[in-house]
Design a protein around this ligand. Structure first.
Ligand code: UD1
Ligand code: UDP
Length: 370
């Protein structure tokens, strides 16, 4: 049998969700004889990235340690572009892969394009159609879509979005979202939740971090969470707080000292999956959580005005509630108090994947290099 010449593939990761969604691809590539996998951590996130990589036993080959407290987007983008270019020149990969819509992804795709190295965009084609929401992610993903060689789209709607932008059809691959691979891999481990909660009470899990919600919208979110906790003493609220100072300083100031509201540090992925399983429902502005929760049968109230993940909304598993205090409280209390409303949303569906996305992506790359 003819053996293929070994190709070097550089996987770039910067933040927590990128580590989660790239982990299945990195682990699958590591099983392939025809690939030398290299992992570049920009460390746009530091503690949260390290925590997540440890969950998947991935050790980066190169680490840019780029995070600085609360740096501006332009500073981050400029620093990253220069540093990623240096790594590409030193590593000379045959292909570069990155997932999503962060500054790490934008700079990895741009530096690869400038260096003439084909770039594979994992989770391609998500769009809200509003350049300001989510900010700056919608712009990042549109720009990356212009530069990528391979577009690994998670859903047929994402494929349609790419084709509508005249992306060549032979570069677009419907693969599913690797987050479901990561979720299956982790959920199988069945790690119990180590946060101490009253087992007789229902638990609402909360996360928030979006830049377009900084300032007044996040104040509204906190007011709603506080109201929910105070109105419903028979329920516990668990809120792992994102370390972005625009979020953490406000959350700790407004939501400290409420007996049934637990503010905690971000959870490792295995613990967060355990928390999602334990939750009665979830309130979140996170992209990844909107994909995972339906697969676990957990309703999600989405703290956004629009979503690039409409599939779960169409399936009835998630609902946009924006950042209006009264609307958040009303929808949450409907789920708490009206069993039929809850049942309608807790149906369990997996519009984002079947757990085999990483092997499809690796299959496309193998075919290309054959
Ligand atoms: C970033 C991404 C966003 C993604 C989110 C996932 C951009 C512009 N934003 O947002 O798309 O949805 O990650 O969580 O790419 N910090 C820490 N420790 C950490 C991580 C962050 O202290 O482990 C603090 C630092 O002060 C850092 C700040 O949070 O400067 C902001 O981090 P940054 O990566 O710029 O933005 P996020 O809001 O985390
Ligand atoms: N997550 C985690 N620990 C937490 C909160 C979230 O591991 O304390 C996981 C979650 O399961 C999801 C991902 O982090 O897979 C989402 O990250 P985030 O909300 O920061 O970013 P987004 O998905 O919005 O880009």
């Amino acid at each position: 049998m003819l053996s293929l010449p070994r190709k070097k593939i550089l996987c770039v990761i910067g933040t927590r969700p990128e580590a989660i969604k790239m982990a299945p691809i990195i682990l699958t590539l590591k099983e392939q004889e025809w690939v030398e996998v290299r992992v570049l951590a920009t460390a746009q996130h530091r503690d949260m990235l390290d925590q997540t990589l440890a969950d998947f036993s991935i050790i980066p080959d190169v680490d840019l340690n780029i995070m600085q407290p609360n740096q501006s987007l332009s500073t981050l983008t400029g620093r990253l572009l220069l540093e990623v270019e240096k790594v590409l020149l030193a590593e000379k990969p045959d292909a570069v892969l990155a997932q999503g819509d962060t500054t790490t992804v934008l700079t990895a795709s741009l530096a690869s394009f400038y260096a003439g190295i084909p770039f594979g965009h994992v989770e391609a084609g998500l769009r809200t159609g509003d350049i300001y929401s989510p900010f700056p992610e919608e712009a990042n993903r549109v720009m990356t879509g212009m530069l990528a060689h391979w577009h690994f789209a998670p859903t047929s709607r994402a494929v349609e979005n790419l084709l509508a932008e005249r992306t060549p059809a032979n570069r677009v691959f419907l693969t599913g979202n690797t987050v479901i691979d990561a979720l299956h891999y982790t959920a199988k481990k069945n790690q119990p939740l180590s946060v101490c909660l009253d087992s007789s009470k229902r638990m609402i899990l909360v996360t928030a971090h979006r830049r377009e919600n900084f300032g007044n919208p996040f104040l509204e979110i906190c007011t709603a969470i506080k109201k929910l906790a105070v109105n419903n003493r028979n329920v516990e609220i668990l809120f792992p707080v994102h370390p972005n100072p625009n979020i953490s300083s406000v959350a700790y100031e407004l939501l400290g000292n409420i007996a049934n509201l637990h503010l905690i540090k971000p959870l490792g992925y295995q613990q967060f999956v355990a928390a999602m399983k334990r939750a009665y429902f979830i309130i979140s502005d996170s992209g990844g959580v909107q994909e995972e929760a339906p697969a676990l049968g957990k309703p999600v109230l989405v703290l956004r005005e629009s979503s690039e993940r409409p599939e779960a909304i169409s399936a009835g598993c998630s609902r946009l509630v924006g950042t209006d205090v009264e609307l958040i409280v009303r929808e949450a209390e409907k789920l708490l108090n009206i069993p039929d409303e809850y049942k309608k949303m807790a149906i369990g569906a997996s519009p984002y994947g079947d757990g085999l996305s990483a092997s499809r992506i690796v299959g496309v790359l193998k075919e290309y290099f054959r």
